[in-house]
Design a protein around this ligand. Sequence first.
Ligand code: F6R
Length: 615
Amino acid sequence: MCGIVGYTGSEQAAPFLLAGLAALEYRGYDSAGIEVLSPDGGLHGVKCAGRVATLQERCATANLVGTSGIAHTRWATHGAPSDKNAHPHLDCSGRIAIVHNGIIENYRQLREQLLTAGHEFASDTDSEVVAHLVEDSLNGPAHGDLLEAVRIACGRLQGSWALAVISADNPGQIVVARRRSPLVIARTGDGAYAASDVTALAGKASTVIQLEDGQVARMDKDGSVRVISHDGTLVSRPATYKIDWDASAATLGGYPDFMAKEIAEQPEALERLLADRLGSDGIRLDELDMTAEEAATIDRVYVVACGTSYHVGLITRTAIETWAKVPVVVETASEFIYHDVLVTDHTLCVIITQSGETADTLAAGRKMHDLGAKVLAITNVVGCTAARESDGVLYIQAGPEVCVCSTKAYTAQMVAAFLLALYLAHRKGELDNIQVAEKYQELRELPDIIREVLKRSWQDRVAASEFEGAYSSLFIGRGVNATTAAEGALKLKEISYLHAESYAAGEMKHGPIALLEPGYPVVAVVPRDHWHDKTVSNIEEVIARGATCIAVATDGDADVAALCNRVLWVPPVEDEILEPVVTVVHLQMLARYVALDRGCDVDKPRNLAKSVTVE
Ligand code: F6R
C-alpha cells in the first residue's frame, strides 16, 4: 500500500526518489508522483496514474533538478486512481507539498473547515487536507518552522498517517511524521533519506531510525535528523534498527519474476529459521521473551492474522492443540477486533503478519494487549510495528518478500508456528525431550523435501493447461490440507484473476458440488494422511460428474493416479501436520503457471497491496 520516499542532501534527489519508488512497487499502488525543490526556489513535480515506469518516462523530459524532494506511490482509498489524485498534493500557494500513507478519518470535517476558510482543493483525496493544514500552521502559529507546522497539523488529524512534507520556504528540509503507518529514516554522509520501508534504502544505509507513533522528524541536508514527540518534546535517542537485508536480496537474480525466486528460496529460508533451534532443554526460542513458567501455564491461545497469514493461523491451531493440548481460537483480524474475547491471566495472543504492518492485525494485537494478554508476533520484517508493539517476537528470517502474493513467508511462518507449538508442548509437559527432538528432526527434513518438489515444477506446468478456458475452479482437502486448499485457491485467484473457491472436501456435497460439470477444474489436496481415503471418495464424486481433477498426492499413490487427470506428486512426510509445508509448494507453482498462461503480472496483481496499512 502507498509507498513514500524522501531525500535531502548533497546529491540530486530525483534519481534516488524514482529508484526508491521502483523498490517500493511491490507494496501495491495505482499511481505515482514526485516533487523536487529546484534551485529556482520553486517546487516542481510530475504525477500520473499508472506505473512508476510511466512516471520515470515523464520525468525524463521534466528536468527535475534539485537536491531535496519527496515521492509517492498511491494505492487508492479516497478518490479514483487518477493523475489529479496522485500524490504529492500541494497547498494553495504551491509552495508546500505532502505525500501521505494511511487514512485521515476526519478529512470531511477538516475539508469543510478549510474550504470555509478559503482554501481550494485540487483532488478528491483525504490526504490533501494535510497540505492545507500545514499551510495554515506554517503561516500561523509555527511562524515558518516546518517541523512545528507539521506537528501542529498532525494534532488536528484523526486516523493513520506516514507523511513527508517539503516546503519551498524551508529549503534543505524534509519533515516526516507517523501514526500507525510505517516510516523509516536513514542518516548518511550525503544527506538524509526517508522511506516507508527499508527496501528503498538497501545499499544506502545499514541502520535506520524507526519513527514511533506520534513522532515528527526534520531531516536536514547535512544528514542530521531532529525527532520530536507529538507534544513537541525532543526525542534524544530515537529507536534505531539495523537493516539485515542487503540490496541484492530484493533483486531478481536471474529469475523471471519475484514469485519464481521466492518459491525457489523456500528451502534456504526454512534452513535459516530452523538452524540451532534445539538445545538441551528443548526448542530454543529465546526471542519470545517468555519464561518457562509462563509458557507452562498458558491456558488458551488466540491466533489472529489476515489472508495468507490467517491460513498459517489455521495450521497453527492444529499444531498447538495436537502437541501442546491448549485450546486455540483462530480468527481473521478484521473480524476479531469487533468480538468480545475471553482473556485470562494466562492467555497468549499470536499475531501472524509477514509485513508486520497490516493495520487490522496490529489493531487485534493492541486489543489483546489492552485486555492483558501476552502478545507474540510472528513476522518477517525486523523492527516492524508488530514486532515493536508485541511482548515477544519470532522472526521468520525469510528475507525480503517482494512478490505481492506470499509464498516463502507462508511456509516460513508455518514452520515458526510449529517451533512455537513444540516449545509450548514441551513446557507444558505434553511432549518430552525425545519427542521434541524427533519432531525437530522432521522439521529439518522439510527443506530437502521441498527441493524435491521444486524439481517437479514441470508437473505444474503441464497441469496448468487444465485451466485453459476455465471460468472458475474448486480446491478441496481435509484437515490441515483443507487449509492448503484454501491457500491454493487464494494464490490462484489473486494472481491469475480466475475465480477459485476452496471447500473442506467433506462439505463439497453441501453446495459446491453443483458447480461441477465436464471440464471444470478441481484441485484435490490428498496426501497420504488419515483423511486420505475419505478425500479419495470425494475425488470419485468429482470424476463421476465429468469434472477435471488435479490432485496433490504422495509418491506411489496408485488410487489417486488411477482416478485423477493430473497428479502433482510430493514425497512422503512423516507427520501429517507438517504436510502443508510441502503440498502448498505445488499449488504456488500451479497458480504461477496458470497466471502466466493468462498473461498476468504475477508479481503485481491488480488492486492488491503487499503491506495493507489501512483497516
Ligand atoms: C496473499 C497475501 C495476503 C497477505 C495479507 C496479510 O498472498 O500475501 O493475503 O497474507 O495481506 O499480510 P501480512 O502477513 O503482511 O499481515
